[in-house]
Design a protein around this ligand. Structure first.
Ligand SMILES: *[C@@H]1O[C@H](CO)[C@@H](O)[C@H](O)[C@H]1NC(C)=O
Length: 184
């Protein structure tokens, strides 16, 4: 009897939870209201007018800037993953505030084209990591060897991105994603 219950719980955890989570991920963009108008968005929208000011004022040790284009399908698919991680670090529900500012820049907007050029954006989405102040009037180029700004090469899913961040900050930010999904 007990074994049976345990078995059912195990089946739930192993089979049902991942499915639930996957379905919430895929519902993400709709849930959040479509691109460009994310009322619940935790990552900070940056553009040429606020980029330097927001990064200068950021109390966080690190920043991640996602360069994307609103028309890009890969970016739309990626958005819920990025937001999921951003909610851990930014916004009123953040469980780990003050560590990483997560922001995004729409390179498809004309006003941001110089900004995106400065950071050598050649594909979307592209994620850069560094101390916030290093982005201010900053540049990035893949050929530069010594640079405090560096690309995040493995952030394809929320889990991978969090893993990448954990490695960088040298501690394990616990992944409370299943709980989050119920709250949001
Ligand atoms: C730039 O971003 C800020 C903050 O997200 C926003 O309020 C502002 O409307 C944006 N500027 C333009 C011209 O879109």
């Amino acid at each position: 009897m007990l074994a049976n219950k345990f078995h059912r719980l195990l089946v739930f955890v192993l089979l049902v939870l991942p499915v639930l989570e996957a379905s919430v991920i895929s519902l993400g963009p709709r849930h959040l209201g479509g691109h460009g108008i994310y009322p619940l968005e935790a990552s900070v929208e940056l553009n040429i007018t606020n980029f330097d000011a927001v990064l200068t004022d950021s109390p966080t040790t690190y920043a991640i800037v996602e360069f994307f284009a609103h028309w890009c399908p890969a970016c739309r698919n990626y958005k819920p993953h990025y937001e999921k991680v951003a909610r851990l670090f930014n916004g009123p529900e953040a469980v780990h505030p003050g560590i990483v500012l997560m922001a995004h820049v729409d390179c498809a907007l004309k006003m941001n084209s110089d900004l995106c050029d400065q950071f050598s954006v050649r594909h979307y989405p592209m994620l850069l990591w560094g101390p916030p102040t290093k982005f201010v009037s900053g540049k990035w180029d893949s050929k530069q060897e010594k640079n405090e700004i560096q690309p995040i090469d493995d952030g394809r899913t929320a889990e991978r991105l969090l893993n990448w961040i954990n490695n960088k900050i040298g501690r394990q930010v616990i992944n409370p994603f299943p709980l989050f999904l119920i709250v949001t």
